[in-house]
Design a protein around this ligand. Structure first.
Ligand SMILES: Cc1cc2nc3c(=O)[nH]c(=O)nc-3n(C[C@H](O)[C@H](O)[C@H](O)COP(=O)(O)OP(=O)(O)OC[C@H]3O[C@@H](n4cnc5c(N)ncnc54)[C@H](O)[C@@H]3O)c2cc1C
Length: 230
């Protein structure tokens, strides 16, 4: 069944990477009530086109919604060319999101590839708000090139909240990168993991989710401690 779409004004647009933008959207209180857990997504589009899915990237209690739009399709190209003050059509928040209550009190690993950072950022901001309730939090984040990490502008704030950020790029030819190279699953610590007290949140393309999950299972992390949002 087609979702009811609501007009929403874009109040802020920020270039995150050469191909993606962060959009902040004005929403009414009845829409806001539908966003209850980090990891939920919305459908967003324009009047004449079929909508696409975008994970909400802001903290659920925030009074504005935000999404990260990468221009990979005719629709997302049109959306990224909009200006502040223009409108988008959006659905209410959908999906169950991550089971955030299961993360409390644990060591947290967050794994994101590409635009998968959007819902991971939502979870991370939710955890930052309750930072004292968590043990160590580590973000493992993969992109193709150094300038393709969305939300780099927030990394210093996240680090101040004691979030450890480990980045990797998959373009092996870059000479200007002194950090890890390869896929995020290569970053899984070689040391023993306290698997009973560790919860993992993952978002990326299906192959990435499969491969990260399999590597974590080999490290002894139980299925129920590996959370995805869809
Ligand atoms: C529920 C849902 C929500 C979505 N939300 C959004 C959204 O909020 N914004 C949006 O723009 N799109 C969204 N999409 C679309 C979709 O997630 C992305 O277009 C798609 O995942 C490609 O990601 P990318 O282009 O950002 O990654 P890329 O830039 O192509 O890749 C990111 C990194 O992952 C690496 N990689 C490739 N394969 C693997 C692997 N097997 N293991 C590990 N790393 C690998 C790449 O080399 C690269 O370094 C959503 C889709 C769904 C179903």
């Amino acid at each position: 069944m087609q979702n009811k779409m609501h007009p929403s004004v874009i109040i802020r647009m920020i270039n995150e990477t050469p191909s993606s933008k962060h959009l902040e959207l004005e929403i009414n209180s009845s829409l806001q009530k539908t966003y209850t857990a980090a990891g939920q997504w919305i459908q967003a589009g324009l009047a004449e086109t079929k909508p696409a899915i975008f994970a909400l990237s802001g903290e659920p209690s925030h009074k504005k919604w935000s999404i990260l739009v990468k221009n990979t399709s005719p629709l997302t190209q049109k959306i990224t060319q909009l200006k502040e003050g223009d409108s988008l059509l959006i659905s209410e928040a959908q999906g169950k999101g991550f089971k955030m209550t299961e993360t409390i009190g644990k060591h947290i690993f967050l794994f994101a590839a590409g635009s998968g950072i959007a819902p991971i950022r939502a979870a991370l901001l939710w955890m930052c708000k309750r930072r004292s309730q968590f043990e160590a939090i580590t973000l493992y984040y993969g992109a193709r090139n150094p300038n393709e990490f969305a939300y780099q502008r927030e990394f210093d704030d996240w680090k101040k909240k004691k979030i450890k950020i480990i980045q990797t790029i998959s373009n092996t030819t870059r000479k200007d990168w002194n950090s890890p190279v390869g896929y995020v699953q290569k970053l899984i610590p070689h040391d023993e993991i306290d698997s009973a007290h560790t919860t993992v949140l993952i978002c990326g393309m299906p192959s990435m989710i499969r491969e990260v999950t399999s590597a974590l299972r080999q490290k002894g992390i139980a299925k129920e401690n590996i959370l995805t949002n869809f």
